[in-house]
Design a protein around this ligand. Structure first.
Ligand code: DQA
Length: 145
């Protein structure tokens, strides 16, 4: 069964209580459950990983190289300045889909630049939790899973 890794970056563990007007009411557990339910319907497997630490995210991306067909990543604030995460993503051979709950281009100017985008196959942003679901469905379609 094809395996897809979902990576959530810093502060996304606080979803539901953190700025709900921007990020929505759903918790990270709600989003992960929705992704696992969607994956099960399509006979693929999803593993979800969250960390507030840049190095832990780099380690996870490196480990994903031999284990996962594709990566969905919301790198949180690291999106905008982590060259380490960009370099790690560049070493991953399969599709990488960048996700954001909010529309980063409608917000502060420091959020308009994404380093993750430089390594991403594509991206979905601004649709709340639906951004993640569409990323997963996109991978399923792209890989004919
Ligand atoms: C975010 C947008 C980032 O700018 C922010 O730092 C986050 C969440 C989003 O999902 O909208 O932590 O990645």
């Amino acid at each position: 069964m094809a395996k897809i890794l979902v990576i959530h970056g810093p502060n996304l563990n606080l979803l539901g209580e953190r700025e709900p007007a921007i990020y929505g009411e759903q918790t990270l557990d709600d989003i992960n459950k929705m992704l696992k339910d969607t994956a099960a319907k399509h006979q693929v497997e999803v593993d979800c990983f969250q960390s507030n630490h840049e190095g832990a995210i780099v380690d996870q991306i490196q480990a994903a190289r031999d284990q996962y067909e594709a990566v969905i990543i919301n790198a949180g604030a690291y999106t905008h300045y982590s060259i380490a995460i960009l370099d790690a993503l560049r070493s991953f051979k399969g599709p990488v889909i960048e996700v954001h709950l909010s529309n980063i281009y409608q917000r502060e100017s420091y959020r308009h630049r994404s380093l993750v985008s430089e390594a991403a196959t594509g991206g979905i942003f601004g649709l709340g939790a639906l951004s993640y679901k569409l990323a997963l469905l996109g991978i399923i379609e792209m890989l004919n899973l």
